[in-house]
Design a protein around this ligand. Structure first.
Ligand SMILES: NC(=O)c1ccc[n+]([C@@H]2O[C@H](COP(=O)([O-])OP(=O)(O)OC[C@H]3O[C@@H](n4cnc5c(N)ncnc54)[C@H](O)[C@@H]3O)[C@@H](O)[C@H]2O)c1
Length: 408
């Protein structure tokens, strides 16, 4: 095998599109994943998850020999690490995946390579990666190995477009590392590539997601205050947003997905005494499912063995992604706490109940109309387009708990 230009470690939602686009632009790319299933899929030109347009890129790159894959890294000029960064119970980042990937790469270094961390990371993670290499390979202390962080801000579902069009931030442990990383991303990135130091780049990604989280928390807090004061939060926000410099976001059942609900904790863990607003925003958003549970309980009071239609399980509209979904959590927690209730879960984007609900005998995946007809209480958890099309008169006789303001 010719020595690849780029070795991408971690072939998930971020790593595989990145590997494929470099290959598309003529770089020789080798992808690495600990999952033999993922490696086998990639080597046969397939994508083991859903992402529009990615399949064509992978298939072409594999068939013309510019993309190969294996479970172990190989010698290369540049390594890009795109492995998961979950958090521990205390909300600090779990760096063990980055450490394992860095150790695996270290064995193949000879000097002069560029190592880029793409995983969303707490401040200091890129330096930590450099420290791991220094520990593993003291023989290369003066061999000019460079380290940079290049966070990713693509939107799932539009990754192949946004990889090319989005601006990017590149932070180097040294300015030379940042420059070299910029040259590399220039190959496919048509947006601006902005250089900084590694810690600022790490924080920039976390701050972007915290900005969203804090602003959603403000809307969620307004919805709870409005319920208490007996006013319509949707009207309130619409009116306030007529101010030329006000743009309040929309409230909902909480915050889900694996970015906005996770990344702010890395800032809190790094500066626990200082990140007061960021921590509170996380707590406000995380408490919203419990608040809605109370509202559902109150709405079904007086009905023996109530039937509750729960509209939506996904973490945001018009997708099938249930990761960290507050809607899924609400359906699960309510059904578990109320075994006498019949819970009709409605999710047009999935074909079977997710594992988290499958064990609950009082939950059934139900088509929208059937669920509404049978329900005493109708709960809106996700504003899928399919639900927006339901006219208000369909629920006029029902108790309604509407976390998305569909029928106001
Ligand atoms: N998915 C997104 O929309 C998104 C957006 C921005 C940033 N990120 C960040 O990018 C990083 C990767 O996320 P993702 O969504 O691609 O995750 P993912 O779970 O889809 O993919 C990660 C891959 O890494 C592999 N892996 C784990 N340990 C490994 C190791 N030691 N060596 C080789 N492979 C290993 C896993 O098998 C998996 O295939 C995370 O830090 C995430 O926060 C993700």
């Amino acid at each position: 095998m010719t020595k690849p230009d780029v070795c991408v470690v971690g072939l998930g939602y971020i790593g595989l599109p990145t590997a494929a686009i470099f290959a598309h632009k003529g770089k020789q790319v080798h992808g690495v994943d600990v999952s033999p299933r993922t490696v086998a899929a990639v080597n046969s030109g397939k994508v083991p998850f859903v992402e529009p347009d990615l399949g064509g890129f992978v298939e072409r790159a594999v068939s013309n020999g510019t993309l190969t894959a294996s479970t172990e890294p190989v010698p290369a000029s540049t390594y890009i690490i795109a492995v998961p960064t979950p958090f521990h119970d205390d909300h600090s980042a779990d760096l063990s995946y980055i450490e394992a990937a860095t150790r695996a790469v270290s064995r193949h270094l000879t000097g002069g390579e560029l190592l880029i961390l793409e995983s969303t990371s707490p401040p200091g993670a890129t330096q930590h990666m450099a420290d791991v290499v220094a520990q593993e390979r003291p023989d290369l202390a003066h061999a000019g190995i460079k380290f940079a962080h290049c966070p990713e801000r693509v939107l799932p579902g539009r990754v192949m477009v946004e990889l090319v069009e989005n601006d990017r931030i590149v932070g180097g442990i040294t300015p030379e590392a940042a420059e070299e990383a910029r040259e590399l991303y220039r190959v496919f990135c048509e947006g601006e590539i902005l250089l900084t130091d590694a810690t600022t780049a790490e924080m920039a990604k976390l701050v972007e997601n915290s900005f969203r989280d804090v602003n959603i928390a403000f809307a969620n807090e307004l919805s709870i205050i409005s319920d208490k004061l007996g006013i319509d939060v949707w009207e309130l926000i619409e009116l306030a947003n007529h101010h030329p410099r006000v743009n309040i976001l929309q409230p909902g059942p909480g915050v889900g997905g694996h970015c906005i609900a996770v990344d702010p904790w890395f800032i809190v863990a790094a500066a626990p005494d200082e990140a007061r607003l960021i921590r509170t925003a996380r707590e406000v958003n995380d408490s919203k499912p419990r608040y809605l549970m109370e509202r559902i309980r109150a709405a079904s009071e007086g009905t023996n063995e109530p039937t509750v239609a729960m509209l939506g399980l996904a973490f945001k509209p018009n997708i099938d992604d249930l990761r960290e979904s507050p809607a899924l959590q609400i359906v699960h927690d309510y059904a578990e706490a109320h075994p006498q209730s019949r819970v009709l879960a409605v999710e047009p984007h999935v074909e079977e109940l997710p594992a988290k609900l499958a064990g609950l005998s009082n939950v059934r995946l139900t088509p929208t109309d059937e669920a509404i007809d049978a329900a005493d209480v109708v709960v809106v958890l996700v504003d899928h387009d399919a639900f927006k099309a339901i006219p208000a008169h369909r629920v006029a006789e029902k108790q309604v708990v509407d976390s998305k303001g569909l029928w106001r």
